[in-house]
Structure formats: structure tokens, C-alpha cells
Ligand binder design. Structure first.
Ligand SMILES: Nc1ncnc2c1ncn2[C@@H]1O[C@H](COP(=O)(O)OP(=O)(O)O)[C@@H](O)[C@H]1O
Ligand SMILES: O=C(CO)[C@H](O)[C@H](O)COP(=O)(O)O
Length: 472
């Protein structure tokens, strides 16, 4: 149990205390803040409403501040401060949230009309809704709780999305069985919790984050097999992404110079935000998020869900985003190479030449998609003498996993992929893009906007329009 003093953030607490971000929670080491401003766009900012999106990915948080035309007025990022234990993640995320808001030029903050946040999917916190105290977690998106699988499989339909050890429902049931009940405990997803720090209301989520706890985005409700469970009162109410929730709390407005008219809006998951940032919509269009993980999102006319392979469908307005998330991706690369080494080594890769090396790059044991196997071991041997050849083999092996994923979606009945846009840190590697295009056999290109934070900012814009009654 996390000691109440460690993380309790009761919405009213701030009225009497310095804001947590300033109360000794700042990182033990000075973190480099990288930000970019747009002077031309700023010139209009004085009268132009701005929309703030904040992305909480695996390795760090970023923000994008845009206007209605989509022009970026300011953007920045912060790596997470060092984390000692699970509860430390919540402190690190909260510190990053208020550091990023503090990084926004003070002259722009009063123009922020709406805020939205995306986070990693199925990352779960259990919070006391009377004190704001963190009772358990965060349980991270790729943490598996197989102990809860038999109980979950006994209530859910066969091969339902929740029938995976990493599902939000498995995390909830595992905690429930260990804690012996809930009291005032409520379940929050990572972005729900971060948004709560800004608006102070419990029990609000979105239908993307709620998918992996069992919410049915087609019915627009929790299914009866879930709503009838003893822990159902812990579940948040569910709205569309980009729905206005409430105004930013007075203490946060005062502390950071935000307008009291600024509204906090429901968020989404990081790979959905990356999809939104790419602004592609037609069936067959897809976005691959090449961040710490590899998450694919394919616009499909047909909904496909099959936990045997880690495949599920997210709703996005009237479309289905079919996909899954593999544990392969940038986290493996970062274990082996710095970002600068990746750039240098990639220069000598010929993407037209297929690498003969066959790996399954994972940062540690466990895979979610296109193979759902919590015991799958990484395969990164034999390592050639040449680091460039090694990197080529790894990039090509990750491309083969990506291709297997898209082929699996097609085999399960989804619309065939026609074009792939790339988001995330890996999108900047043109050689990788060319390798992926050769392996996938369809056009692959870098999305115009590769940061999920931009997608979250588009949700903030949507939420502001919804509050104003503007059809969007
Ligand atoms: N030039 C590059 N080529 C391939 N991958 C890269 C390159 N530069 C950075 N990356 C990878 O991008 C990842 C970070 O991407 P990012 O989208 O920030 O991840 P996340 O949001 O999941 O933390 C890192 O794991 C890193 O290995
Ligand atoms: O891998 C991840 C972290 O980056 C998440 O699982 C990712 O968000 C995929 O989940 P979803 O498809 O629900 O967005």
C-alpha cells in the first residue's frame, strides 16, 4: 500500500499547499527540457485560441500546442525522472505533467482553450476516491497478471480482448482478489489519472482507454457480464475521446497562468493519438507507431477482436481501428544503441538488400501481438561483428513482425492494408522506412505529424468545439 503522504493528491489539497510539482517532487537530476516555439504563429496567439495535447509514452512525455488550423505554436518534451518503484512512476508522470505545462511560454498559456492527454493503453492505477491516495499500481501496459486469467476467462466471451494477462481487467481482478474488496477504490487509466490531476473529478474515461477493461465501444456500455461483477462500481464512466469534462482546477490555473475558461477533455491511448496525428482515415490506411513498442492501427470496415493473437478493434467515431501492440520496437534498440549510434549506423545500411539475420527483438521475456505469449523469449543472436549489419538485421526483423501483424489482421477478416504512415521515434529513420516498404509490399511513409501529442491536441480542439456546441 502506498503511504498516503507519498502520492495523495486530493483535488482540494492544493488550495492549502504548494502544488505537488513544486513540493519536492521535482526530479533528483536536472532534466533537459527541449522545446520549440513558432514566433510567426505566436504573433497571432494573443487572440487565437490554442489547444494543448500531452502524450505520455513509455520513455517520456511531450506536448504540442496548436491553433485551429493545426499550426504548432509550441512543443516540447521531457524524459521521465528516475523511477525507484511502481508508485514512483506516478510521481514521475505527475512531475512531467507540471514541468511540461511550466515549459509552455507564459505568454501562450492564457490562450489555451482546452487540454487533452493520451497515455499507454491498459496502464492502470487504483485510487482512493475519498482521499486521492494511490492504493495500488501503476500497473504498466505490458505487465502481465496471469493469476487473474482464469477468473476473467470464466466471465468474458471466448477470446475477448480482456482474456490477456496484460489487459486492464486482469490487473483489476488480480488487485481485487489480493485486496479483498474495494471500499472507495476506483480504477483509473494513466491518462484518466493525469487528466484528474487537472480537473479533480473522479470516474471519467474514454472508450479507447476503457477497451481493455471490457467496455464495448459498439454497444456504448459495459457488457452485462462485467457490469454484474462486485468490482463494477470501481469502473469509470466512459465517453468519447475529446469530450469536455470540466474546467481546469482553480489552483492549477493560478499556479500556471491558465485561463479559468480552459477545459479539460477526455483523452485516448498513445497509439490512437498517433493515428489521429497522421490524419489518415480511409479503409486500408494504417498507422504504425514505432516508439518503444510497435503498435499498428488499420482502418477497417470490419471489426476484428481475437485475444489469441492480441488483436482488438478500437472505435474511432464511425470507423474501426483494428490492430495490436507488440513489445518489439524502439525499447530493444535503446538497449543496444544510442539514438546517435542509430543514425550513424543506419547510414551504411542498404535497405534494398534483405538481411539474412532472423531475430525476434524483445526488450525482455513476453510478447503481446501478433503472438500473445507472456513467456516468449527475445531472440537477438547470432550477433555479427559489424554493428551496422546487426542493426540491419534487427530493423528487418522488426519489419517482418510488423508485416506478420498486418497479414494476420487480413487473415482474420480485416480490410487489407494499402498504405502505412509511421509515427513515433522510429519514423525518422528513412532506411528503416525503406526496409519496411520492401517487406510490407505497400507504400510506407513518415506521417506529416509523427508525435502522439499532436493527436491529443486535435482531441483538445474537438473538446473545445463540443463545449461550444460546434459540430465537428
Ligand atoms: N534513428 C532512429 N532509428 C530507429 N529508431 C529510433 C531512432 N531514433 C530513436 N529511435 C527509437 O525511438 C524510440 C523512442 O520513440 P518514442 O516515440 O519517443 O517512444 P515512446 O513514446 O514509446 O517512449 C526509442 O526507443 C529509440 O530507440
Ligand atoms: O504499446 C503500448 C505503449 O506504447 C500500448 O499498448 C499501446 O498504447 C497500444 O495499445 P492501444 O492499441 O490500445 O493503443
Amino acid at each position: 500500500m502506498v503511504p498516503a503522504t507519498a502520492l495523495s493528491v486530493h483535488p482540494l489539497a492544493h488550495r492549502h499547499q504548494q502544488h505537488p510539482a513544486r513540493r519536492g517532487l521535482e526530479p533528483r537530476r536536472r532534466i533537459t527540457m527541449l522545446s520549440r516555439q513558432n514566433p510567426e504563429a505566436d504573433a497571432a496567439a494573443g487572440t487565437t485560441p490554442l489547444y494543448l495535447g500531452i502524450d505520455f509514452g513509455t520513455s517520456g512525455a511531450r506536448y504540442a500546442l496548436i491553433d485551429r488550423q493545426g499550426a504548432i505554436h509550441s512543443e516540447g518534451k521531457r524524459p521521465y525522472s528516475p523511477v525507484g518503484d511502481a508508485a514512483g512512476w506516478a510521481s514521475s508522470w505527475r512531475a512531467a505533467l507540471f514541468q511540461l505545462i511550466d515549459d509552455i511560454p507564459p505568454t501562450l498559456r492564457p490562450s489555451i482553450s482546452a487540454i487533452s492527454i493520451d497515455g499507454t493503453s491498459a496502464t492502470t492505477l487504483i485510487v482512493d476516491s475519498e482521499t486521492g491516495e494511490l492504493l495500488a499500481g501503476p500497473f504498466l501496459y505490458n505487465e502481465s497478471f496471469p493469476d487473474a486469467l482464469p477468473a476473467v476467462a470464466s466471465i468474458a466471451p471466448a477470446n475477448h480482448t480482456v482474456c490477456s494477462g496484460t489487459s486492464t481487467l486482469c490487473k483489476l481482478v488480480s488487485w481485487w482478489n489480493a485486496a479483498g474488496g474495494g471500499g472507495a477504490a476506483v480504477l483509473m487509466h494513466q491518462s484518466d489519472w493525469l487528466l484528474w490531476l487537472l480537473h479533480g473529478q473522479y470516474g471519467v474515461s474514454d472508450y479507447n482507454n476503457a477497451l481493455k477493461v471490457g467496455y464495448d465501444p459498439e454497444a456504448g456500455a459495459y457488457p452485462s457480464w462485467l457490469a454484474s461483477q462486485p468490482y463494477a462500481p470501481m469502473l469509470p464512466s466512459v465517453r468519447a475521446p475529446g469530450d469536455p469534462i470540466a474546467a481546469v482546477r482553480d489552483d492549477v490555473c493560478s499556479q500556471y497562468g491558465l485561463s479559468k475558461e480552459c477545459v479539460v477533455c477526455t483523452g485516448t491511448t498513445d497509439s490512437i493519438a498517433a493515428f489521429l496525428a497522421a490524419r489518415t482515415t480511409g479503409p486500408g490506411k494504417a498507422v504504425t507507431s514505432l516508439g518503444s513498442t510497435l503498435a499498428i492501427k488499420l482502418v477497417s470496415k470490419v471489426r476484428v477482436d481475437d485475444a489469441r493473437f492480441g488483436v482488438y478493434s478500437h472505435r474511432l467515431d464511425d470507423a474501426w481501428l483494428v490492430g495490436g501492440a507488440s513489445n518489439t520496437g524502439g525499447a530493444v534498440l535503446r538497449q543496444l544503441f544510442t539514438d546517435d549510434q542509430l543514425v550513424a549506423l543506419s547510414r551504411s545500411i542498404d535497405p534494398a538488400a534483405a538481411s539474412p539475420l532472423d531475430y525476434y527483438p524483445l526488450p525482455r521475456k513476453g510478447e503481446r501481438f501478433p503472438v500473445s505469449d507472456p513467456d516468449m523469449a527475445p531472440r537477438l543472436q547470432p550477433r555479427p561483428d559489424s554493428d551496422a549489419e546487426y542493426l540491419h538485421g534487427i530493423l528487418e526483423s522488426i519489419a517482418r513482425i510488423e508485416a506478420k501483424g498486418y497479414n494476420l489482421l487480413r487473415e482474420l477478416g480485416a480490410t487489407a492494408v494499402e498504405e502505412v504512415f509511421t509515427a513515433g521515434g522510429g519514423a525518422q529513420n528513412n532506411k528503416w522506412t525503406a526496409i519496411r516498404e520492401r517487406v510490407l509490399g505497400v507504400p510506407v511513409r513518415k506521417a506529416e505529424q509523427t508525435e502522439a501529442a499532436y493527436g491529443a491536441a486535435l482531441l483538445a480542439l474537438k473538446g473545445a468545439d463540443r463545449r461550444a456546441g460546434v459540430a465537428s
